[in-house]
Ligand binder design. Structure first.
Ligand SMILES: Cc1cc2nc3c(=O)[nH]c(=O)nc-3n(C[C@H](O)[C@H](O)[C@H](O)COP(=O)(O)OP(=O)(O)OC[C@H]3O[C@@H](n4cnc5c(N)ncnc54)[C@H](O)[C@@H]3O)c2cc1C
Length: 413
């Protein structure tokens, strides 16, 4: 294995894949090509502790540079791969330089979905994906200033919480009838709407933005219902698109992501793809595309093994988290296709409860608000397919952990 392995994207996935390659026995050069100027960094704090100022750019680094040096991993930062030529086994950089690979990893992540409404290029309108985006947002934060967040997803709500803490008047505009509509049950949406209201963030739902007005900077958000909201800053968080163009133009199979198998292999045996940009099989949910750090990290380990000729299929249960105010939401599994929601705890007044999602009587996902132990147990209940009843889940008198113990006690020795 003296060939070069090229990794495209100095990403979460790359930060795991490159060292894992060494651990799996890759002896040739490893070159990571990233179009951002930074070594791979943790993106989740961007809308949390980095925006609030509690962490700086150095704190975000996934690994220090000497760790990569020790593993003999080379970085080419600020360089973009423009194309992959599979017949010559080369990639072409924006500068025109060509680099040869023996194996290739596509870890290109996602990019934010942008809007093309009137006025959407005015100064003071931001998106949120990388360090540079947050630095621009931070420069616009003013105590007493007015911020509008377009989109009530996790990232929009996290950003609202931080800007509120930094002293801004924050309004969230969500087109759907409730926030987090794509990802949670209405019970969980209502909880977050209440909490944001209690903290002083205004949430307006079923409202569409039709444009932005201002001279050179944004001064007003125009809504389709005719209202105008005066504003000093706008942040747009309306989802992401997977970066699949490099793969698609190289005739690799794509479908809302680069199609890979359980070992992260694409339709070309010399090329893997890892992280947000992939559509991969899950033993629990069929083919899925995930936007999460645990996914990028775990899939990278399978990819490293595959590049070294080994089979270590990626079969982890998806999980996520979101931090808002004093709330840690931890999500086990995916609630796709659920037909029943069971709530455990008092969600209407307090800040601690869990919502369980069942599909045909089977637990498929759980949203745990300030309940880390229930999150840990839920992961196992789902992953191990342990049968539970709605009554058991709802009853706070029954410790969730005891449901695991019941299975253990009944299993054959
Ligand atoms: C604000 C924010 C908050 C988040 N919060 C959470 C959270 O709380 N929990 C959670 O699990 N996940 C969270 N996520 C999602 C998480 O950050 C992503 O799932 C994770 O970063 C995915 O990693 P990745 O390896 O797929 O790609 P990324 O880490 O996104 O990196 C991809 C890299 O590839 C680069 N690239 C793309 N094309 C090329 C090219 N042609 N040449 C060179 N470089 C290229 C990109 O610029 C980027 O640097 C959050 C994301 C954001 C933006």
């Amino acid at each position: 294995m003296g060939d070069t392995c090229i990794i495209i994207g100095a990403s979460h996935a790359a930060a795991q894949l490159a060292p894992s390659l060494r651990q799996e026995g890759w002896t040739g050069p490893i070159v990571v090509i990233g179009d951002e100027p930074s070594l791979p960094y943790h993106r989740p704090p961007l809308s949390k502790a980095y925006l609030s100022g509690e962490k700086n750019a150095h704190d975000l680094l996934i690994r220090a540079s000497d760790v990569y040096s020790r593993f003999g991993i080379e970085f080419r930062l600020g360089e973009r791969v423009e194309s992959i030529n599979r017949s010559s086994k080369t990639v072409t950089l924006r500068s025109g330089e060509e680099l040869a690979y023996g194996k290739l990893a596509i870890c290109t992540g996602t990019r934010v979905r942008t809007v093309t409404l009137p006025g959407s290029t005015l100064a003071g309108i931001h998106y949120l994906r990388n360090i540079a985006d947050i630095d621009r947002i931070k420069a616009d934060v003013r105590v007493g200033g007015r911020a509008v967040i377009v989109g009530g997803g996790y990232i929009g709500l996290e950003t609202a919480a931080v800007l509120n803490k930094l002293g801004m008047h924050v309004t969230v505009l969500e087109m759907a009838p409730r926030v987090l509509a794509r990802v949670t049950a209405s019970q969980v949406s209502e909880f977050f709407e209440r909490v944001h209201g209690e903290e002083g963030v205004e949430i307006q739902t079923s409202i569409a933005v039709s444009g932005f007005e201002g001279d050179t900077r944004v001064e007003r958000v125009v809504c389709a219902n005719g209202t105008h909201l005066p504003v000093d800053m706008v942040i747009i968080g309306v989802g992401v698109t997977p970066n699949v163009e490099l793969a698609a133009e190289a005739d690799l199979a794509t479908d809302n992501g680069v199609l890979v198998d359980a070992c992260a292999r694409t339709s070309d045996p010399d090329i893997v793809a890892v992280g947000d940009c992939t559509m991969h099989p899950s033993p629990f949910y069929g083919y899925i595309r995930l936007e999460s750090v645990p996914n990028a990290t775990e899939q990278a380990k399978s990819a490293a093994a595959a590049l070294c000729g080994k089979e270590k299929p990626y079969a982890a249960l998806p999980w996520f988290w979101s931090d808002q105010y004093d709330i840690k939401l931890q999500i086990a599994g995916l609630n796709q296709g659920y037909d029943e929601v069971v709530v455990r705890g008092e969600r209407a007044t307090g800040r601690s409860f869990s919502a369980f999602y069942l599909k045909s009587g089977k637990l498929v996902a759980a949203d745990c608000v300030n309940r880390p132990q229930e999150f840990m147990v839920s992961k196992r209940l789902i992953a191990e397919g342990i049968e539970v009843t709605p009554g058991q889940l709802a009853n706070e008198g029954i410790a969730l952990k005891s449901l695991l113990e019941a299975v253990r006690d009944n299993s054959p020795t």
